[in-house]
Design a protein around this ligand. Structure first.
Ligand SMILES: NC(=O)c1ccc[n+]([C@@H]2O[C@H](COP(=O)([O-])OP(=O)(O)OC[C@H]3O[C@@H](n4cnc5c(N)ncnc54)[C@H](OP(=O)(O)O)[C@@H]3O)[C@@H](O)[C@H]2O)c1
Length: 512
């Protein structure tokens, strides 16, 4: 049995064992996210003994639901969606402290009832509790929830102490720069920034956190991580699925808002930022904001830095599938993009002249999220030209999902008497090295919010820096409607318009 004082993995967890007594209130308790992610995350934290001894859960929603029925729904959600099977003794620890409160999101009195319930739980526990409010509703009610938390005195409970109230806000955080600023203004009127946790669940993924470790805990990468050695960087967030039943939502969103503005820009910031002075959350977030501010404004016009397209009919998993315009709930004249790609230039000392290519799309060849650092080729004096030398640029690729891990592409000699070469891959796979039962992103994020660690959440100025970059492109596309909108067959790697972004520098998109 390892000594917990010395064992590095147990020491890592011990930080979390200090989560203070907490009541989590989920707004939108009957929702899809609550069932698929939040309840299973809480269950798995309990399984790992990472919840504080005094832990309470309150579901908040519009329909009256008895406590017992809510516990039943939660148990069913764990059976269906948890990465571990439900163990009754683990679940009962949480279930006996689980309650439900019915109320309208705009109904001021409902928040007084909530306050009274939290005070009752404090009396029951015999100690003060931290309140963690999880806003898991559609964005149309973010504002009334936040304002009512302020008006009912819930936001300022235990302010200035380690158990001050905290709020987790789901995506989407705004739909352009103006609306993100407005939401930040509403939040700042009620909460201090240290109380606010804006979610981008990509940041909770193990491989995204591993990116920081790989970059800054391995001396071999830092000397290469700059314009002298890097030819280009490609970030791909590809989905195999189409729009499915979410057509109504997607028509209001599109790929640039849904995927690029948040997840892809976060991956870019973590890949390209300068080393932070410490692992302190503010030190990391300062570096991310500096990086986002160093990005050159995007030229959205023809021959510019952006491409957009919609999927046409094609194949998915070998089966024929319809194009975006034929999907349920989609206008046949829709100009909503299901694919977007950007060519980004970063105006700083490290990255001057190195293009960063970002792309995301639905109905692409396969589901994959990866960050690929493509290095410059060596001088071609020895192995260039001759046809037996099949050479590829060295590439370091981080697979964020699925098949989490990283791969280095090298050139090697094929065994034999002739000198022939071939690119080979060195793989590190999470599942083979560490086993496949890694925590889900939401487990990490809920736990971090409980202990007040904002490293993996997005600060207000970060959201605005990202929207500042993206909003002019959205406005340009809004004006042009379908003009310049390209198409790509479902099951492919994207449209011709995306090729045009990488071709001027002789680059090609990867097929990961
Ligand atoms: N689902 C996911 O995988 C996922 C992933 C990333 C982010 N998100 C974000 O997380 C949030 C919740 O997602 P979700 O999929 O759970 O959403 P949802 O199922 O559409 O809504 C969550 C709950 O909010 C309440 N609600 C729904 N529509 C409402 C309306 N028009 N006015 C007031 N309340 C309404 C309902 O709860 P009551 O009826 O109980 O009041 C509903 O069950 C959203 O902001 C979403 O963008 C979701």
């Amino acid at each position: 049995m390892p000594d917990p004082q010395r064992h590095p993995f147990l020491q890592g967890l011990s930080k979390h064992r200090g989560a203070p007594p907490t009541v989590i209130v989920i707004f939108g308790a009957s929702g899809d996210l609550t069932a698929r992610k939040l309840i299973p995350a809480i269950y798995n934290l309990s399984h790992d003994n990472l919840l504080p001894p005094d832990f309470y859960l309150i579901g908040f929603g519009r329909k009256p639901v008895p406590d017992e029925e809510f516990r039943g729904h939660a148990g069913a959600a764990i059976r269906e969606f948890s990465r571990r099977d439900l163990q009754p003794e683990v679940w009962s620890r949480v279930a006996r402290n689980t309650f439900y409160l019915a109320g309208g999101y705009e109904e001021r009195a409902a928040y007084d009832r909530l306050h009274a319930l939290i005070q009752k739980l404090e009396t029951q526990a015999g100690r003060e509790l931290q309140s963690l409010f999880y806003v898991s509703t559609p964005p149309s009610v973010f504002r009334p929830i936040i304002e009512n938390l302020g008006a009912a005195g819930l936001a300022s409970r235990h302010l200035g102490t380690p158990i001050q109230s905290k709020v987790i806000i789901e995506k989407p955080f705004g739909r352009d720069l103006a609306s993100a600023r407005e939401l930040n203004r509403v939040i700042a009127g009620v909460f201090q920034e240290s109380q606010v946790f804006r979610i981008d669940h990509y940041l909770g993924k193990e491989t995204v956190q591993d990116l920081l470790v790989q970059r800054f805990a391995n001396a071999i990468f830092e000397p290469l991580w700059n314009r002298n050695y890097v030819e280009c960087v490609q970030i791909t967030v590809a989905e195999e699925v189409g729009v499915g039943t979410r057509g109504g939502y997607y028509e209001q969103s599109g790929c640039l808002r849904d995927m690029i503005q948040n997840h892809t820009m976060q991956l870019l910031a973590l890949t390209a930022m300068e080393p932070p002075v410490s692992l302190d959350p503010e030190a990391i977030r300062d570096e991310k904001v500096k990086l986002l501010k160093a990005i050159q404004p995007l030229a959205p016009g023809d021959g510019g830095d952006v491409a957009r397209a919609q999927y046409a009919a094609g194949l998915a998993g070998g089966q024929p599938v319809p194009g975006y315009l034929e999907e349920a709930g989609i206008s046949p004249r829709s100009a909503t993009e299901t694919f977007a790609a950007l060519r980004i230039a970063i105006n700083n000392w490290r990255w001057e002249g190195v293009p960063f290519y970002l792309r995301s799309g639905k109905r692409m060849a396969r589901r994959v999220t990866e960050i690929a650092i493509q290095f410059k080729c060596p001088p071609g004096t020895l192995f260039a030209g001759a046809e037996q030398y099949n050479l590829a640029a060295n590439t370091l690729a981080f697979q964020i999902q699925p098949d989490e891990g990283s791969t280095v592409l090298l050139n090697a000699k094929i065994p034999g008497l002739e000198t022939r070469t071939q690119p080979v891959k060195m793989h590190f796979r999470y599942a083979t090295t560490f086993g496949s039962n890694t925590p889900e992103a939401y487990e990490r994020l809920v736990l971090d919010a409980m202990i007040g660690d904002g490293t993996l959440f997005i600060r207000g100025d970060e959201t605005e820096a990202s929207w500042r970059l993206i909003t002019p492109v959205l406005e340009h596309w809004q004006e042009r409607q379908r003009e310049g909108l390209d198409a790509y067959p479902a099951g492919s790697w994207g449209p011709k318009a995306a090729e045009a972004l990488v071709a001027p520098r002789g680059h090609e998109w990867r097929k990961p």
